[in-house]
Design a protein around this ligand. Structure first.
Ligand SMILES: Cc1ncc(COP(=O)(O)O)c(C=O)c1O
Length: 456
């Protein structure tokens, strides 16, 4: 039996373009609306926040968008990323399934986030921008933008969600090492942050609030733009390098995936691995089942409403049709900080509506249990977010065992957990609980959804 474990690509096999799923979808995603006029936003509406090159990618219908050569040069620092076969995990589970994982933790920041941080910083630099402002949950995105900013000589300011800021002091140290400034959100540095603190001085923060703070600062200065680490079409687009590489590597392994799995916070690593496979199926190629895994404590895809909502808490962003728990929903402070977002990427939500993807939700304790089993067999300690994908893959492998099927399972291991060891320690000490999911709070947040007439 072959024990080949790693499937590696040469640098010259790195994708030359990003894949835009919008070109292949049977039905276009609903328009993004201006919050004032409720009319579709145009490029000019977004210009205070993003450079035009990224705005054009946001609305592009082209199937392939060329990756600029200087961006590919930076990608070479860690791409192509390895694909592994999890032989030892398969054995531990006693499953006939073959489990493969695409490992994105080899990037300098330790996750998939630099795949988009680098092109975002590149296009901003080209447009003459001097400063980028952003939010971060787990700290992975803030670290990635700090890294990318340092390469291009951009100032980077990061609003980090308060609970993650407190849980992960070393993430902040890494951001500072790359030269970024990191502030706990809600903060006193913005009018919105002050208004949140006035109501609750101990507010744990949320991605929605941190986004509002970052956007507020970005629109104040001509030389400053905003950068988002997930959710938007151009971010998902940049992440498709993951799936495109994985396709070639799965062919090398002679194992086309029966099922493709990713954890979903805002949806970017999930889209990154999944969209190229969905597109392949839509163009008449072999189809795979596609499964998004989210936390039971913040279940936008499985229990949210598909409706127009704001991307942030203050209501400063355009309105997007997505699966949402309501932009006023503050998810409980569980340890997968990067999955604590009230909404889901519009394109991922749209794929769910079209029946192109499935979604499941798991509790944090069972996800840590899955992550520990993975670490003890495969060696890599996954990020708490990535544990959700590991759990999803294990559940599929156990199903295969019950059904006696030797399916090929592919999942995205989106990052390592080296800065998340406090969470692991709490898990081992039995201090992690499955945060109860507050139906009442959700119902209230959903009541507050903006009312947007459905287009005829
Ligand atoms: C390692 C890791 N995986 C997944 C996520 C979730 O984000 P997304 O759904 O955009 O991939 C994050 C977010 O910070 C992360 O750090």
């Amino acid at each position: 039996m072959s024990m080949q474990t790693k499937y590696l690509l040469e640098e010259n096999q790195m994708p030359r373009s990003w894949y835009n799923i919008q070109a292949d979808l049977p039905k276009a995603a609903p328009a993004v609306l201006h919050p004032g006029t409720l009319q579709p936003v145009g490029p000019d509406d977004l210009a205070p926040l993003f450079p035009m090159a990224l705005i054009m990618q946001e609305v592009s219908q082209e199937r392939e968008i060329e990756i600029p050569e200087p961006v590919r040069d930076v990608y070479r620092l860690w791409r192509p990323a390895p694909l592994f076969r999890a032989h030892r995990l398969e054995k531990a589970l006693g499953t006939p399934a073959k489990i493969y994982y695409k490992y994105e933790g080899v990037s300098p920041a330790g996750s998939h986030k630099p795949n988009t941080a680098v092109p975002q910083a590149f296009y901003n630099k080209e447009a003459g921008v001097k400063r980028l402002v952003t939010e971060t949950g787990a700290g992975q995105w803030g670290t990635s933008l700090a890294f990318a900013g340092s390469l291009y000589g951009l100032e980077v300011e990061v609003f980090q969600v308060r609970v993650s800021y407190d849980q992960k002091p070393y993430r902040r140290a890494v951001m500072e090492t790359y030269g970024a400034r990191c502030v706990a959100s809600p903060s006193n540095e913005t009018a919105f942050g002050r208004s949140v603190l006035a109501k609750n001085p101990n507010h744990p923060g949320s991605l929605g609030i941190a986004i509002s703070e970052a956007v507020e600062l970005a629109v104040q200065r001509e030389d400053t733009k905003y950068a988002l680490g997930s959710v938007l079409n151009h971010v998902l687009l940049h992440q498709t390098v993951i799936g495109q590489e994985a396709m070639v590597q799965m062919q090398m392994a002679d194992a086309w995936p029966d099922v493709v799995i990713g954890c979903a916070g805002g949806g970017s690593n999930f889209a990154g691995i999944a969209f190229p496979f969905i597109g392949h199926g839509l163009r008449g190629g072999e189809k795979s089942r596609i499964v998004a895994v989210e936390p039971a404590a913040c279940p936008s895809l499985t229990r949210g409403k598909y409706a127009y909502d704001f991307g942030d808490t203050a209501g400063m962003t355009p309105l997007t049709k997505m699966h949402t728990l309501g932009s006023q929903f503050t998810p409980p402070g569980f340890h997968a900080g990067g999955l604590r977002y009230h909404g889901m990427a519009a394109l991922v939500s749209h794929c769910k509506e079209l029946g192109l993807i499935e979604a499941v939700a798991y509790n944090q304790v069972e996800c840590f249990e899955a992550g520990v089993l993975f670490a003890r067999n495969e060696g890599i300690v996954p990020a708490p977010e990535a544990n959700h994908a590991v759990k999803g893959a294990i559940e599929e492998a156990l199903r295969c065992k019950r059904e006696g099927k030797a399916e090929n399972i592919l999942f995205c291991l989106s990052g390592h957990g080296h800065f998340d060891m406090t969470s692991y320690q709490k898990y081992f000490a039995g201090e992690l609980s499955d945060e109860s999911y507050d139906e009442r709070e959700l119902a209230m947040a959903l009541e507050g959804l903006p009312s947007v007439p459905e287009p005829a």
